[in-house]
Design a protein around this ligand. Structure first.
Ligand code: ATP
Length: 198
């Protein structure tokens, strides 16, 4: 049976960088945040968002994502409501993706809020990517051309590295990317051994 490995880490820690490395090693990766973005454009989810947040968040049928992000990242209750709409839809989509990849012994599910969403219980093992807070802030400012305040807002809505690490099976510290990739290869070796033992 396919082993599902959760891959998480705070914003800017380097989850996608590590996910890409797994992919380069032939491991299928489901990037939950990207899939969620696509799923938010489906009629079913648009309808639910309109019902909960109102029509003003839409330009015709196009969701004003920035406005929605601004609302939910400043209001935990609203964030919970949005998650209540999007998470079940992503879960259903992932189940189908998994069926399409059932011949693979290991797959990776990458998500920023694996713990916060309670999703972590669905995985066989969990890997957390960590990086110093200041590096994360600078990476995201550079990548997204955003402000320090906005990045801090996101960081404060997520668990801390310490919280994530305490519940993880493996940790990849991503300071030097080459060292982090080597660590990823080491973990992959262990995962393959564990899988062969089953
Ligand atoms: P998010 O939660 O925002 O999706 P993430 O955890 O997936 O972020 P990445 O997108 O992989 O993080 O990395 C954030 C940015 O930092 C990217 O532009 C990436 O190229 C860069 N980056 C990743 N790792 C390192 C590193 N070790 N040193 C310098 N830059 C890095």
């Amino acid at each position: 049976m396919t082993k599902i490995i959760g891959l998480t880490g705070g914003i800017g820690s380097g989850k996608t960088t590590i996910a890409n490395h797994f992919q380069s090693r032939g491991i299928p990766v489901y990037i939950a945040d990207d899939e969620a973005r696509k799923i938010m454009q489906t009629a079913e989810v648009i309808h639910a968002i309109k019902k909960t947040f109102g029509e003003t968040l839409f330009d015709g049928i196009v969701l004003k994502r920035d406005k929605l992000a601004e609302i939910v990242f400043n209001d935990p209750e609203k964030l919970q409501q949005l998650n209540g709409i999007v998470h079940p839809a992503v879960k259903r989509h992932f189940k189908l993706w998994l069926l399409d990849h059932k011949e693979f012994p290991i797959v990776i599910y990458e998500a920023a809020i694996l713990f916060e969403s309670g999703n972590y219980k669905d995985f066989d093992l969990i890997i957390t990517v960590t990086a110093p807070l200041e590096s994360r802030i600078q990476r995201v400012i550079e990548r997204d051309k955003t402000t320090r305040e906005q990045v801090l807002g996101r960081i404060n809505s997520q668990w801390t590295d310490e919280q994530r690490v305490s519940k993880s099976d493996f940790v990849i510290e991503n300071i030097d990317v080459e060292i982090a990739r080597r660590k990823t290869d080491e973990i992959l070796k262990i995962l393959k051994i564990k899988q062969n033992e089953c």
